[in-house]
Write a protein that binds this ligand. Structure first.
Ligand code: ZN
Length: 238
């Protein structure tokens, strides 16, 4: 076993107050595309950059285009939790992990069995009528053509935080609270350059900060342990 993996395992074994904060990299190993990554596809199929299409003003102005992109890129079917999701759920069940804080909207942590999941950017599994508030699930959204409408005639909006929209302050304050009181904080699958990830890390007061990411991150120098590898691969060895 690699020295760094052994060090991580010792941190995990010795703690019952672990908090995990994850970004897109946690889900890419399950086959969820990172819509921010430039894979060239957008230029072929879409006239606008993803950040623009996933903005509140774009949703209001061009809903057909919004939902075309949303269904194509964000409603990913047939995905399964990977070793990272499963390990986190296992630690929670063992009473070692307090919460998973995620920037992902795919619901894979819940699919793996995690209970305390703080979704900073919402979830594709929750959708509500803008008029009457009726709930619609993932399958309904994936199967409908064009812009989804409720029985009452209202438009159905995904409970996903779009660009230009504020984060849920209740979710944010709970996330801050977990991080501020964490013994071990593991941050994975994010390069820590995008808000709020970069800001949340500053609330951590401990000295067991672990960063796991494929590439170097903006905060590597602050961390007590840095593992540069895909997170599922790392967790698979624990
Ligand atoms: Zn309605």
């Amino acid at each position: 076993m690699d020295d760094k993996i052994r060090e991580l395992k010792e941190l995990i074994d010795g703690s019952d107050n672990i908090v995990f904060f994850g970004g897109a990299g946690v889900s890419t190993e399950s086959g969820v595309p990172d819509f921010r990554s430039e894979d060239g596809l957008y230029h072929q199929h879409y006239k606008y950059p993803p950040e623009q299409m996933l903005s509140h003003s774009f949703y209001m102005r061009l809903p057909e285009e919004f939902f075309r992109f949303y269904k194509d890129k964000l409603l990913v079917k047939g995905i399964e939790p990977n070793k990272a999701h499963l390990k986190l759920a296992e630690w929670e069940k063992q009473g070692k992990l307090k919460a998973v804080i995620t920037q992902n909207i795919d619901g894979l942590h819940q699919a793996a069995g995690s209970k305390e999941v703080l979704e900073l950017h919402g979830s594709v599994h929750r959708n509500y009528c803008e008029k009457c508030g009726k709930f619609y699930n993932f399958d309904f959204m994936a199967e409908c053509d064009g812009v989804p409408y409720c029985d009452c005639g209202g438009r159905i909006k995904p409970d996903v935080v779009l660009y230009e929209e504020g984060l849920d302050m209740d979710v944010m304050s709970r996330a801050v609270n977990y991080i501020a009181n964490a013994d071990v904080l593991i941050i994975g699958g994010t390069s820590l350059v995008v808000y709020p990830a970069a800001g949340l890390i500053d609330y951590y007061r401990g000295h067991k900060l672990v960063l796991i990411n494929k590439q170097a991150t903006a905060r590597d120098s602050q961390a007590d342990l840095v593992i540069q590898a895909p997170i599922g691969e790392v967790f698979g060895q624990l």
